[in-house]
Design a protein around this ligand. Structure first.
Ligand code: CA
Length: 238
């Protein structure tokens, strides 16, 4: 690939995978799609590389020697510089329960092995889109919550809030339609995109994370759970 300005505009994906065959296959397919690719064979190397040349997205294998994918994810989320970094976990089918735990740890999405490369690429595009959402207009507001899309900043009652790309997009969508109840499927369409399959329970995980982030001590929960219907941004308690 030629170096230059154009190469800098191509998103950099860091592949963290100890199985060389999978890593090579991912590099081949990602480069074919126009991504730049960096590879790390273990968690330590991944954390070092993220510090040296920050990627736009991390594909993180769950099963790694020494430092597990979950631990790498946790450490990335703890650092302010990588708090928002889009992360997709790669898991084996038998670890499906663990995958949900992975989402709770801070991953934005997960893909189960063996996966179709096309499906993985679609998820990468969708996640990058969510993390790069830009729209015109002033900040969106609701009960002390302020979301500035252009500056990618969120605060509540003046307190800065750090959200991952998925929670950011979820909150943005809610703020665009306050008090309207959305089903999990509607939220999946609006936030994740129609072209990828995500399980409805994934929405619950991200709602939980969004709540935890935006509701501070003594502040009312502004995310309303509507039984058998879905969720709404609302000041009323159910
Ligand atoms: Ca592995």
């Amino acid at each position: 690939m030629p170096e230059g300005v154009s190469s800098l505009l191509r998103p950099l994906v860091l592949v963290v995978e100890d199985e060389a065959a999978i890593s090579t296959m991912l590099r081949y397919n990602l480069e074919k799609q126009g991504f730049r690719v960096a590879e790390a064979g273990d968690g330590e190397a991944a954390l070092r590389m993220v510090g040296e040349s920050p990627p736009d997205l991390v594909l993180l294998d769950w099963m790694l020697p020494a430092l597990s994918g979950i631990e790498v994810c946790r450490q990335l989320r703890r650092r302010p510089a990588t708090h928002h970094l889009p992360i997709i976990m790669l898991t084996a089918r038998a670890e499906d329960q663990d995958a949900v735990r992975g989402l709770n740890t801070g991953a934005d999405d997960y893909v189960t092995k063996p996966f179709a490369v096309e499906a993985l690429i679609a998820r990468i595009h969708a996640l990058l889109r969510r993390s790069q959402t830009v729209s015109a207009g002033g900040p969106l507001q609701f009960h002390g919550l302020v979301l500035d899309v252009a500056a990618h900043r969120v605060s509540r009652n003046g307190r800065a809030i750090h959200l991952g790309p998925t929670e950011f997009r979820l909150l943005e969508f809610f703020l665009q339609h306050p008090r309207r109840v959305f089903s999990r499927e509607e939220l999946l369409d609006a936030v994740w995109g129609r072209e990828i399959h995500v399980e409805p329970r994934t929405v619950d995980v991200h709602i939980r994370r969004l709540r935890k982030a935006i509701n501070g001590e003594g502040e009312p929960d502004v995310v309303r759970t509507v039984r058998a219907a879905g969720y709404a941004l609302d000041e009323e308690h159910s």
